[in-house]
Design a protein around this ligand. Structure first.
Ligand code: GLC
Length: 576
């Protein structure tokens, strides 16, 4: 991403929150929406709908996970008429657009995306094509999308709408919805698309001023012509608004990763990571697994460091209020975001291409911003792979002592971290720094080496995902297929010779016996009783005789190969 001084200036002006004025396009041709997405790097997602009224509970029973799915047969299986009747008593009078916009700004977020219609088909705006909406069907009678859009425009935040284009569980012909209307007549998806989806997207793209994006979701088996038509419709009404990749069929202006995914390696192109402040997206009364400010800061920085932008969800409760604990965590993380704009705004991806043992790195033009999450207890920060000499290393403006040892940069930090969550060490150079991204074992602390970095011989490394409640996705890369003679290999750079403890993160049935070669020679063999969830197991110590690059090769020497899945290896210096 090229950034001239002019663009930086323009962004700074936008990000400073200049009110009501639409930002002007950048010199490089990017629209204000693209600038906000690329350089703002942090957004608020809001899941708010009729499901919020139920707060994850139906007839006294708790449904864990995604509360916005409570109507679905995978959750409470609420009959359509009964669910729709809930609208008559849905009265979220506590919804305060100004309060939400202020929260997003305090959090350091740059735009808001809110569910205008989720899978259950209830419109949170005043739609002319259905009465199943917040103005016609509830005692509240307020167009909350209009209120939020107006507040965002006034306060200089972008506003985007989530719209479930395929799934509609209450509209005849909608995906996974009733296939007949009230008279028993069969209704096609085509008819649903023409009479509800298209006119509602038309409304959302014409009635609410300039919008940041339309966040379509779950295209299902929708044929390409429908995705194409929706993209064209958004383009016609809002030429600069972005369209999410979940419009389907390979279309869209940027890619949304799997829910809750942060890639391990840098990823090219325009993309977004998304996560939640609770476990699910819609508010759940009994879910107290709030994301901490520490998690928020780390995940935000890690996503930006991989090259993406991050959107974090809040689910207002049945009264339209964001939970106080969630809001407090957002504000706390926001204090960090506001005091470290260099690590967030217009920050570029890490030149290492992956995280570092103590944190991560982003760039600002020719500067590298080292974001230290885990403060070294001996006060020394080791930075691998820098091939360009450092002009200065600064922490909060103060120069730090630094030197180069065996190709590693050694930075002397104050003994105590000066602030919560993370600190930023800014490295300056003459010109653009060169970095060798080979994975390196930190000389003083544990280094986790995921299988994403392994090469394979006979096995496969593949992406897998699962949920443990309902819908809260966990995405990992795992190595599997440890048959006869197959193995995976990691290449790791070491600053000093020494003894390292090796742990392996894996799952499998019964007992698995693993064998590790170091530089082609037998180094470790060990057996453990396993579980079917990923856990760390100790394999033992290896001696690294020389500094430099070493090869670790892992194979399964005994046990149920079909069940074995490996996620990562951890190398911890023993101090010998
Ligand atoms: C999934 C869920 C949906 C949620 C979305 C957020 O698509 O089905 O409920 O809104 O993730 O990314």
């Amino acid at each position: 991403m090229k950034r001239s001084f002019f663009i930086l200036f323009a962004i700074t002006a936008i990000l400073a929150g200049c009110k009501s004025q639409a930002p002007s396009p950048a010199e490089d041709g990017r629209s204000p929406q693209e600038i906000l997405f690329d350089d703002g790097n942090y957004a608020m997602f809001i899941h708010f709908g009729l499901y919020s009224k139920l707060e994850g509970v139906w007839k006294g029973k708790i449904y864990y996970g995604n509360a916005e799915w409570i109507m679905n047969h995978g959750q409470a299986g609420i009959p359509m008429e009964e669910y729709m009747a809930e609208a008559a008593t849905f009265n979220p009078y506590g919804f305060d657009a100004d309060e939400i916009v202020k929260l997003a700004k305090d959090a350091g977020m740059r735009y808001i995306v809110i569910t205008a219609k989720h899978h259950e088909g209830f419109a949170m705006f005043d739609t002319a094509v259905s009465d199943f909406d917040i103005v016609d069907a509830t005692p509240l009678k307020r167009d909350l999308m209009a209120e939020l859009a107006e507040a965002c425009h006034r306060e200089g935040l972008g506003i985007g709408f989530y719209y479930s284009q395929f799934q509609d569980w209450t509209a005849p012909g909608g995906g996974r919805g009733p296939q007949t209307d009230a008279t028993g007549r069969e209704v096609s998806f085509e008819e649903y698309f023409r009479t509800k989806c298209v006119p509602q997207v038309e409304e959302l793209t014409t009635k609410y001023g300039d919008i940041q994006l339309i966040w379509f979701d779950t295209p299902g088996e929708m044929p390409a012509k429908y995705s194409e038509e929706l993209v064209a419709l958004v383009r016609k009404n809002q030429p600069d608004a972005l369209v999410s990749s979940r419009v389907g069929n390979g279309l869209g202006d940027y890619v949304t990763l799997n829910d809750m995914e942060v890639p391990v390696r840098n990823r090219e192109g325009r993309w977004e990571g998304i996560d939640v402040t609770q476990v699910g997206w819609g508010f759940s009364k009994y879910d107290n697994e709030w994301k901490s400010p520490d998690f928020i800061v780390r995940t935000l920085v890690s996503t930006i460091a991989r090259g993406g932008t991050w959107m974090l969800n809040v689910g207002p409760d049945s009264n339209g209020k964001v939970n106080e604990m969630a809001a407090a965590a957002l504000r706390k993380a926001g204090e960090w975001v506001h005091s470290h704009p260099e690590a967030v705004q217009a920050a570029g991806p890490s030149p290492w291409g992956h995280a570092l043992p103590w944190g991560d790195a982003v760039t600002q033009n020719d500067k590298i911003e080292l974001v230290v999450f885990d403060w070294p207890s001996d006060g020394i920060l080791w930075v691998p792979g820098l091939r360009t000499g450092v002009k200065s290393a600064r922490l909060n403006g103060k120069r730090l002592k630094s030197s180069t040892e065996d190709g590693w940069l050694r930075i002397e930090l104050p003994a105590v971290r000066p602030e919560p969550f993370a600190s930023v060490v800014e490295l300056s150079f003459d010109g653009t720094p060169e970095v060798d991204g080979t994975l390196a074992a930190d000389p003083a602390r544990a280094t986790v080496v995921p299988v994403d970095f392994a090469s394979t011989d006979g096995c496969v490394v593949e992406r897998t995902g699962w949920t443990e409640k309902f819908g809260e996705w966990i995405t990992r890369f795992v190595a599997r297929g440890f048959g006869d003679g197959s193995s995976i290999t990691w290449t790791v750079d070491f600053k000093d010779p020494g003894v390292f403890n090796v742990d392996l993160e894996y799952l499998g049935a019964e007992k698995l016996e693993w064998k590790m070669l170091l530089d082609g020679k037998d180094a470790l063999i060990d057996l453990h009783k396993n579980t079917d969830v990923f856990a760390w197991y100790r394999l033992g110590w290896v001696k690294v005789e020389e500094p430099g690059v070493h090869i670790f090769t892992l194979s399964l020497s005994d046990g149920d190969a079909a069940s074995a899945k490996v996620a990562s290896m951890r190398l911890t210096p023993v101090g010998l």
